[in-house]
Each structure stands twice: as C-alpha cells, then as structure tokens.
Design a protein around this ligand. Structure first.
Ligand SMILES: Cc1ncc(COP(=O)(O)O)c(C=O)c1O
Length: 344
C-alpha cells in the first residue's frame, strides 16, 4: 500500500510484521487433520482456556467457524433465531441455508441483541406445522450495528431465555477481544452464556488467517467433523497457528488504541459535519456513518484523497481502525472524511 493511503476498509487488511513472520517461520508443525500439529494444539488449548471452554478447534475463517457451529447444532429444516443484520445473515453467502439447511428467523433487537421476550416469542410452538427452533445466534461485537460491544448481562438474558426453551446458543465473536477490551471484562465472561463461540484471529488481532471455535468437547468434536466436511481440514497448519499465538501474546492489549482512534474519527465527523454517526452504548473499532449523499460518491471522493472506507448501504459508510493505522493516520482520515461529508 502506498505510504500516503489510510486504509480503513476493514481490520482484516492488516499484514503480519517481522515478529509475527519470525514466529511463523519457527513454528513446529505436523499433520493437523491427524491431530499431530503441536502448534495448532497449543493454540487450541490456549483459546479454550481463555474462553473458559473445555475444547476448541482451529478453522480457516470466521465464516467457516459460524457455519460449522450452526451445522453442528442443528438439523436441516430447523430454525435458527438471529439478528437481521448479523454477519451470518448478510455476509455468509447464504451458507446456513445452503449447507446446514436451516431456516433463519430474523429479529431486530437493540444493537442486534434480542431481549428475553423477543427470544421466547420467536421460538416455535410444538406444532406439526412448524420448524423446530434449535439455535440462537448472537454477535459480539456487532459489525453492522456500529461495532457495538454487548455487555455480558444482555448476552446472558437472551441466552438464558433460549436455553429455557431448549435451544442452544452460538456467539459469533469475530471481535470478542475488542468487546472484552471495550467492556473491561474477560472474553471468558462474554463467552460463558453461550454453548459455542467463534473468535477470529485475523481481524483486530492481526493474524493473516484463522479463527477458533470453542465449546464443550462433544460439540467441538462435531464442529471438527463439519470443518473436514467443508474442506477445512488443514495439514501443517502450525505455520499459520503460530501467527495466532503471536497475536494473542502481542496484539490484545493494544486493541484499546484502535478504539480510541475510532472515537476520534467519530467525534470529528459528528462535530464538523452533523452527519449521523452510530453511537453504540459501548463503541469499539468500527465507525458507521449515515450520509446524505450516495455512499458510492463518498467512498470515491475519500479515496481520491487517500482515505479508503467501505460502502455498507446506499447511504452508509464504514471505517474500521486496526493495527496498521496509527493516531496520525486516523486524524488525517478524520479531516478528509469531515471535508468530504460537508461537501456531499
Ligand atoms: C462479525 C463477523 N463474523 C464473521 C466474520 C467472518 O470472518 P472471515 O472473513 O474470516 O470469514 C466477519 C468478517 O469480517 C465478521 O465481521
């Protein structure tokens, strides 16, 4: 990337630095499908422990982590209750329907999380005409809801309601470490109400690839079978798992810097243009801006001035702060966006 470009399109765009590459080069490896890669095992054990679960499995992507978790905890024809703006619904190519064969029941809860009443109302009755409600999916942080970090009490409320109705609960925790940093709590506290949780190493944590799904041993065994079925069994995957371990060692504490940078962009844009910027109760590294102008035009105009952002709706653009953009770049991006939006 040219040095004068500030790339805020996503936190998936980070590239591994010298330390991470050195850790990858030095990784001890074996065949992970045979359960013989010591570095993958080390990552899985560490993540299970961090997330307060008995077991975990390394998967190639967050999308596969979600799909394998849904498939492992449902049967074709079942219903999965999920927020209408969830990644599982909007950005996973219909995999839950096409591969797991489930029907999605879409809700519209505050910041993407239903309350207990919404969950109970959405659960199907025991009636020959209706599908079986099997799983509740929550997302934390919530990408399309402005990067909202969801407090454990709210996750527990809907998860308890789901469990009372006999459902299981999956958390898409692609950015669970961001949520924990913003809420000043542990990732295990956020994962505790959920049966499975999928966490990405390749977003704010800065690894080049990989996610982990954690849960109890039985369900993770089933997720592991689904990973293989989906073609996600990897061989000497320790090379990439080492990057995940390095990310856990070096890139967790600094997530707060990304959050501070996102806040400075949000407040500059809000104050100088009057544009509506999403204000989640607990914000993280995502800035969601409502634009009066066509979002394509805003994206193009900002890019002409060296700031890359993403269109996420006809009148919505998103900026995501990350490891590869510092405060100076974010201040410049904020100036460019403020100017672009005031002209739009
Ligand atoms: C909330 C959320 N879940 C899941 C994913 C999927 O991750 P991947 O791109 O590794 O498939 C993403 C990716 O951005 C995400 O934002």
């Amino acid at each position: 990337m040219p040095p004068n470009i500030v790339d805020l399109r996503s936190d998936t765009l980070t590239v591994p630095g010298a330390g991470m590459r050195a850790a990858m080069a030095a990784a001890e490896v074996g065949d992970d499908v045979w359960g013989e890669d010591p570095t993958v095992k080390r990552l899985e054990e560490r993540m299970a422990q961090l997330l307060g679960k008995r077991s975990s499995v390394y998967v190639p992507s967050g999308t596969m982590g979600n799909l394998a978790s849904v498939a492992a905890q449902s049967r074709p024809g079942d219903e999965v209750i999920v927020d209408a703006q969830a990644h599982v619904v909007v950005y996973e190519v219909g995999g839950a329907a096409a591969v797991a064969g489930v029907q999605l029941r879409l809700l519209d809860g505050f910041e993407g999380i239903p309350d207990a009443g919404m969950v109970r109302d959405a659960v199907c009755e025991d009636d020959i005409h209706q599908p079986t409600s099997r799983l509740l999916c929550v997302e934390n942080t919530h990408n399309r809801r402005g990067g909202a970090a969801i407090a454990v009490e709210r996750i527990r409320e809907c998860a308890d309601a789901a469990h009372d109705c006999g459902l299981r609960v999956h958390c898409d925790g692609a950015r669970l470490f961001n949520a924990a940093a913003a809420l000043d709590c542990s990732v295990s506290a956020l994962a505790a109400p959920c049966d499975t949780v999928s966490v990405c190493l390749s977003k704010g944590l800065g690894a080049p690839v990989g996610s982990v799904v954690a849960g109890d041993a039985d369900v993770i065994g089933e997720v592991r079978r689904w990973r293989k079925r989906l073609g996600g069994g990897m061989r000497q995957a320790g090379i990439i798992a080492a990057a995940g371990i390095y990310a856990l060692d070096h890139n967790v504490a600094r997530l707060r810097d990304d959050h501070a940078n996102a806040r400075l962009i949000a407040s500059r844009v809000r104050e100088s243009t009057g544009a509506a910027v999403a204000e989640p109760t607990v914000p993280t590294n995502i800035v969601l801006i409502e634009t009066r102008a066509d979002a394509h035009d805003v994206v193009r105009a900002a890019a002409e001035q060296g700031v890359l952002v993403t269109r996420v709706g006809p009148h919505a653009v998103r900026c995501v702060t990350h490891l590869d953009v510092g405060e100076v770049e974010c201040r410049r991006a904020a100036d460019v966006l403020a100017l672009t939006l005031s002209r739009a």
